[in-house]
Each structure stands twice: as C-alpha cells, then as structure tokens.
Design a protein around this ligand. Sequence first.
Ligand code: SME
Length: 155
Amino acid sequence: MAEELKIAQGGKNERYDLLYRQVVSLIEAESDEIANMANVAAMIHYTFDNLWTGFYRVVGDELILGPFQGPLACSRIAYGKGVCGAAWQRAKTLVIPDVELFPGHIACSSLSRSEIVVPLYRDGRVVAVLDIDSNEVGTYDDIDRLWLERIVALL
Ligand code: SME
C-alpha cells in the first residue's frame, strides 16, 4: 500500500502529521494570509470530515467571519460571546466536548454537538480564531488541540 494511503487511513496523529507537513509546504509557497486560511480550512475540513471548519478574524471589538468550509455561519461574534468569543477573550484554545453544556454557545448550526476553537496570535495578541465543529459529542481532545495549535502557529 502506498505510504500516503496508509497515512490517510491511519489514526488522528498520522493524519495530523501529514496535514502539518502539507501546511508547511503550502505556506512556503504563498504569503497571503487569507489565501492560506482558505486552503488550511479546506485541508482540515476534508481530512477529518468536520461539520464546519473556518476562521473568524478580529476586527475592532468583534470577530468577523473569514474563510471557511461548511454550511452558512454567523457573520459576526462579539468579544467574549460564544465559544469563539470566549477563546479570544481568554487567549486560549477551548475544547468543548458537548456544546449544550457551554453557557452562551452560539448555535450557527443545530447539528453542532462538539467544538474546538484555537486562537491565532500576532505579536502576542489574538488576531483570529480557527473554529471547528462536529456533529458528534466528544470529537475533539488534547491531540487535536496540540496539532491544531501547531498548524495555526504556521499561519
Ligand atoms: N459555535 C460558535 C459560533 C460559530 S459557528 O459554530 C461556525 C460559538 O459558539 O462561538
């Protein structure tokens, strides 16, 4: 079996390892941040078959929708609101195993059951967040957090 096919059929770590290397190549070849966010969202989305994968950018005192894959989403999220606004406010990754147990969760899709939000920093400040949603409870864990933080740090 070809090496890449074995990896594609492998576990989470193997998939992230391949994805990480693909993102490194992508970013070496392109410097435009929005283009890279768009391709990174697509790569993550189709590697893991998420419900929704995308970025919100910090613009003034709110988050505005950026490049994404998946169904229609909320365009703007206020500071501290929802999982995305909370990850921005706390400047840390939030892994939410059951969105119904997160007070203030913003349900852009009624199918969303679990979520992970990873901040992107420039000069120590949060400038965007990567938001990923699953239609199953408990999809994301520390493996996702560690790899997604590494991937987002490349942007
Ligand atoms: N659930 C997010 C809102 C964004 S959508 O999931 C795409 C939140 O609570 O911030």
